[in-house]
Design a protein around this ligand. Structure first.
Ligand SMILES: Cc1ncc(COP(=O)(O)O)c(C=O)c1O
Length: 396
């Protein structure tokens, strides 16, 4: 009766079972997987959502790509980050996930393929499979600071490949795609007639000073069809408001043809509410205060983890991260990642994600959310590190 677009095996994994059991027993868990900024103790400006009740929202004026003032506000936000974008080349969507759906409809037919970075954000497989597209992974090289392994990328290209996806900075590796990588990607995209889709939802969040400025600039490409994705959920910490966008760049003729087709897709759903479009300019402007709090939080937690892990135990290593909301801790391989995260949950009351959730090339990595309040992050990471701290033998 059911399509194969949704997973066939819906059995929960061991960590989900353990988490449900902890919940049923009422055990308090320190959640170091938090990705929801609205539950992380940030202060949102008073009345930030007041324009959602503006009476202009009572009039429905459907526009496939969104209202001009909302698209202009998004273009200004690109300008704030130093990128060229014109409102005419911006399409609004309800979320970045929906934006992927629109782009897969634009670029692929059933059975086509898109290339996705590995490790990365686990939703790609679902997003692709819901559109009957195969997400074929290409490797990011752990030992080279997560640079793109172009041999693996080229090997993944087939006659059915339609697009290369990049995430910059990537979730959870925190690596920005570099200018030479963007150049190489553009050459490959041109050679194989592929589009480039750049997920830049975390682009505002820098963990290594200068990493943002040194990143590759996809919005400046005029040689290949390029889509940059962003949204309020990360840029101003408002995932529940449901507004995201696609900005299109590339050769004029190709951009026009892509926009004509994208318009049909967006017009079919018209999924972005009028109130949120009316509120968008104010949300983007006043939300800057939330962005600053998030940026400070992730940076403080990251720096603290770096110092703490180095002092606590030589057995654990924090991988260098350039941006985003996560840190990666490499731990000794004393047990499987799954066993470790279940034991951390049951014995230490702390929830972390195992690297294999994100398709790390090998075990033993833990992914920790930097969004968590400083006090909880401190407590949670103490519990994790304590597990690996062994008394240092004295040779005196
Ligand atoms: C890299 C990346 N892209 C997109 C999204 C989804 O964003 P949205 O809430 O706009 O769908 C996430 C969510 O965690 C993400 O990590």
């Amino acid at each position: 009766m059911f399509s194969t677009r949704t997973p066939q095996d819906l059995t929960p994994n061991r960590l989900t079972d353990a988490l449900n059991a902890a919940g049923a027993e009422g055990r308090a868990i320190l959640d170091l997987t938090l990705s929801n900024p609205t539950r992380a103790g940030f202060e949102y400006p008073t009345g930030l959502l007041r324009l959602l009740a503006d009476s202009r929202g009572l009039t429905y004026a459907p526009a496939p790509f969104g209202l001009p003032e909302a698209r202009a506000a998004v273009a200004r936000d690109y300008a704030r980050r130093g990128f060229p974008a014109t409102p005419e080349r911006i399409a609004l969507t309800a979320s970045t996930s929906e934006a992927y759906g629109c782009l897969f409809k634009l670029l692929t037919d059933a059975g086509d393929e898109v290339l996705v970075p590995r490790p990365s954000y686990p939703l790609f497989d679902h997003l692709a499979s819901l559109e009957q597209v195969t997400a074929r992974p290409y490797a990011l090289d752990l030992d080279a600071g997560w640079r793109i392994d172009f041999d693996s990328l080229e090997a993944a290209v087939t006659p059915r490949t339609r697009a290369i996806l990049i995430v910059s900075p990537n979730n959870p590796t925190g690596s920005f795609v570099k200018p030479d990588e963007v150049q190489h990607l553009a050459e490959l995209a041109a050679a194989h007639d592929l589009a480039l889709v750049a997920d830049e939802v975390f682009a505002d969040y820098e963990l290594t000073h200068g990493a943002r400025a040194a990143a590759g600039r996809v919005m400046e490409r005029d040689d290949i069809l390029t889509f940059s994705l962003g949204g309020l959920s990360k840029s101003v910490g408002l995932p529940q408001v449901k507004l995201a966008w696609i900005a299109v760049a590339g050769p004029d003729d190709l951009v026009s043809r892509a926009l004509e087709r994208l318009e049909i897709i967006c017009d079919t759903y018209l999924s972005v509410s009028t109130p949120v479009q009316i509120a968008a300019p104010e949300l983007l402007e006043r939300g800057a205060i939330v962005r600053e709090q998030i940026a400070r939080r992730v940076s403080v937690n990251y720096e603290r983890l770096l110092r703490k892990a180095a002092a606590a135990t030589p057995a654990c290593r924090v991988l260098a991260s350039e941006g985003g909301w996560s840190a990666i801790l490499q731990v000794p391989s004393l047990e499987s990642e799954e066993g470790l995260v279940v034991n951390l949950l049951n014995e230490d009351g702390v929830l972390v994600h195992p690297g294999y959730f994100f398709d790390f090339p090998r075990e033993s990595y833990l992914v920790l959310s930097l969004l968590v309040s400083e006090a909880h992050f401190d407590d949670g990471t103490d519990r994790v590190l304590r597990r690996f701290a062994c008394p240092v033998a004295s040779h005196e």
